[in-house]
Design a protein around this ligand. Sequence first.
Ligand SMILES: [Fe+2]
Length: 459
Amino acid sequence: MDAKKRRLIKWAIVLVVLIALGVWVASRWKVWFGNPPEEPYVAIQTPGRVMLTFGNEPDERFVSWQYDSVPTQGFVEIVKNGAADTLRKAATAELFKSRAGKSVFYRVLLDSLERGASYSYRVMNDSLKTGWYSFGVQADSLRNDYSFVFFGDIQDEVGGEAGGIFRSVKAKNSDAAFWLFGGDLIERPMDKFWGEAFSSLDSISQTLPIMAVTGNHEYLKGVERQLEGRFPLVFPYFLNSSYEENAVYSFAYGEARFFFLDSNRDVWNLVNQREWLENELKAATEKWKIVVLHHPLYSIKGTMNNLTQRYMFNDLVQEYGVDLVLQGHEHGYARMSGKNEEADLKTPVYLISYCSEKQYRLYFKTEVDKYGTNDRFYQRISVSDKAVSVKTFTSNHELYDDFAIEDSCGVHLFKDFGKDIPQKIEVPEWFRKSKKEKRVKEYQKDIDEYLGRNSNFKF
Ligand SMILES: [Fe+2]
């Protein structure tokens, strides 16, 4: 074969590869960069969708709500229970135009609140008012040993089941100081899914501080993805705490400090967040450190997932003695502790959870202490001077996992109380129905192998 012919064949191969690449990118374009259209909507015509969160710090509260699509003067009326005077605070109003409609978002910062006091408030626009809601600010004595509830992804469809679960979790954990969501509270940045989230949290979001980190489903996809504007308007504590335009937030509660990261950003912004996290960790004086982010630093969906996030944050997590990393995104339950050379379990503990109907195909690693599938989970996390205790429950409130990080003269020790609770790892129904038999068998084989290995794993 002469040189000219060889060159021609080489160029032909390059051309075929480029065409194949082009076809592949075109077929994935919508998945990577496209957003399903938002259906047109009309803003709610009475003040509603009320959300209570911490303020710039946990002794303050933000109240956010929505009403109509033309800004008017909004107010919060608040009274300390047992006191005579009702205070009226004017709201900041912001008109937000989404892809298919517009609505005005209001917010009021309630500062000068007293620890140990309880308050009643209502929101109003024009002559329209909500009913009265009550909330308390925990006394110092209660912050020595308090609990909060953590949820991973929700992403309910309209009319989903999360509302029923939330109500029963509230009834079982009525003493919780706040609820924390690990991102993807909503399915997509659309009015109907925000409506679903508010409906499922009704009577809870008005009375208990709801805290959330960002998830990829709160983002609009594009060549450069953007956090959709409704998220910080619903959770206004991000407005004053963002760092180089990254939605990060840190607060101390009792003996613990929490660090919220926005793991959905590109690498350049993750560099900024890394700088922020290092400064915050260095300055932290609290006994326990809890990092919350959406993308797990150790993925259970594949070996190559979330490597950027791990590269950016994991050495800081380990170097500065973070005790617990709370994560979501991968729609499975997984608890992974650190291991030393003797395979003793140690901190930090990396926890992934979800409370969603959706599940993904998981991959199993012996480093993970415990997995969970085919249910929805939530955590009740208790914080005291002596320990951070994490109990995971199924949607029926059965104890599924149980561990603690205990302080022993300044050393943080991992205690596994959940290893005898059987693991529930099953091929999900959707996978059985939609995948070829060969792939279902492969998945089942992975599960059997993991369970076989894990039962021999010496703690
Ligand atoms: Fe996600």
